[in-house]
Design a protein around this ligand. Structure first.
Ligand code: CTP
Length: 389
């Protein structure tokens, strides 16, 4: 049975392509962060769903598809963007956009490249955008991510040609697509299915670049850009401003902070770090140089505790803590301060509550993990050593 993989196939144009492929007799594996609506699929017996998150992509999860000889077609439609001035994009949003739209997509292409650079037919397509071809004020980072795909696909297709291989990567670069959930719209298959049909026809004809409505609209758009890039940019800016599509909301990267000794790293520590990272974009962790403030000694040196904490995937930055968490606020202006619930109501945290009252900093208490603590582990070790002596 011929099979296809559609990454981002649960919505929009990816969903429409999936349906067209099913109509053509393909069995489609939809890889998406969201589960597709069963009713929106043409034949429920001809698709399966797999979870994938391109933000945390592990391409090796795609091994089963890459190794399946029946898979003949790979389409990547996942991606997101926001029509907004550059200053309103957050650092996290920029990182995520570049990761999903460009980095993850390029890695997937590389992962499947054995199949693409082969004598056997293999059809590959990527949803790029006209924004990756012309300058796109108010869509700057989205355009940058799509421009990266454009140059990459264009270059690799030459490598394929020079290698004497007939497979190509199809770059589909539309203007805006009507009938997709992109930018807050709704899926409307009546609007996307004819485009999906055209895309598949281009696939099968081994095209390298397909710009929908090229003759009617985009030929002249690209010509205008080539003729005067600067004037094109000004016109494009004004067009977007007038279009009502601007979403100028200022997004912020939420910075979180917590501190601890992290001696004999245990599950209580891990739970705390995991919960904290789930509530912020960037987590800074202060590691106490020693446990003198608790009247205790650590088993593990400060350098090793710092390195262990820094290596936890939920931690973006590990630093040496300062005696008081509010002193660290002067350095990093974090938005949230996290701590285990054992600190609620203590003099120290009561003082922080007061200090942060007018600074927009939220203090978040997480449930203390019962049954483990560094003190408990230290005690266990001490008892054991005592026994053996
Ligand atoms: N923590 C937790 N659950 C545990 C242990 C610690 O949620 N079982 C939290 C604490 O509330 C604190 C952070 O982990 O916010 C770091 O605390 P740390 O002093 O390293 O942890 P303890 O294991 O409690 O250390 P000690 O026994 O030396 O006090």
């Amino acid at each position: 049975m011929k099979k296809a993989v559609v990454i981002g196939g649960s919505n929009g144009i990816g969903l429409a392509i999936t349906n067209q492929l099913i109509k053509k007799g393909f069995f489609v594996s939809i890889l998406d962060i969201k589960v597709p609506d069963d009713n929106s699929l043409y034949d429920k017996s001809l698709y399966e769903y797999h979870y994938i998150d391109l933000l945390n992509l592990d391409v090796f999860d795609l091994e089963i598809f890459k190794n399946d000889e029946e898979v003949q077609l790979l389409m990547i439609t996942a991606g997101f963007g926001r029509v907004a001035p550059f200053e309103s994009l957050s650092i996290t949003e920029i990182r995520n956009m570049m990761q999903v739209n460009a980095s993850a997509t390029i890695q997937i292409l590389r992962f499947f490249y054995d199949r693409i650079r082969s004598d056997k037919d293999f059809y590959t397509g990527v949803m790029v955008s006209i924004a990756g071809i012309v300058s796109s004020p108010l869509f700057s980072v989205y355009a940058a991510s799509k421009a990266a795909l454009n140059r990459m696909i264009e270059s690799v297709n030459i490598e394929l040609e020079e290698a004497g291989v007939s497979n190509r990567i199809l770059n589909v670069s539309p203007g805006s697509i009507k009938g997709t959930a992109f930018n807050g719209g709704k899926n409307d298959l009546s609007l996307t299915s004819s485009l999906a049909e055209e895309i598949i026809a281009n696939f099968l004809n081994r095209q390298e670049l397909f710009i929908p409505q090229y003759e009617e609209v985009f030929h002249s758009v690209i010509d205008r850009y080539k003729h005067d890039e600067h004037q094109f940019g000004i016109d494009s800016y004004q067009y977007k401003m007038a279009s009502g599509r601007l979403d100028a909301e200022n997004r912020k990267t939420i910075v979180g902070y917590l501190s601890g000794t992290f001696d004999l790293f245990h599950m209580g520590h891990l739970n705390l770090l995991k919960r904290a990272k789930a509530q912020c974009d960037y987590l800074i962790v202060g590691v106490h140089p020693n446990a003198a403030h608790k009247g205790k000694k650590t088993y593990i040196s400060f350098e090793e505790r710092l390195e262990i904490v820094q290596s936890i995937k939920y931690v973006d930055k590990a630093i040496e803590s300062l005696p008081e968490d509010n002193e660290v606020w002067n350095l990093y202006h974090y938005d949230k301060l996290f701590v285990g619930s054992d600190y609620k109501g203590t003099d120290r945290f009561n003082a922080y509550e007061k200090y942060f009252e007018d600074k927009g900093v939220e203090i978040v208490y997480f449930p203390y993990t019962k049954g483990t603590s560094s003190t408990q582990l230290r005690q266990l070790i001490a008892d054991k050593i005592g026994e053996e002596k």
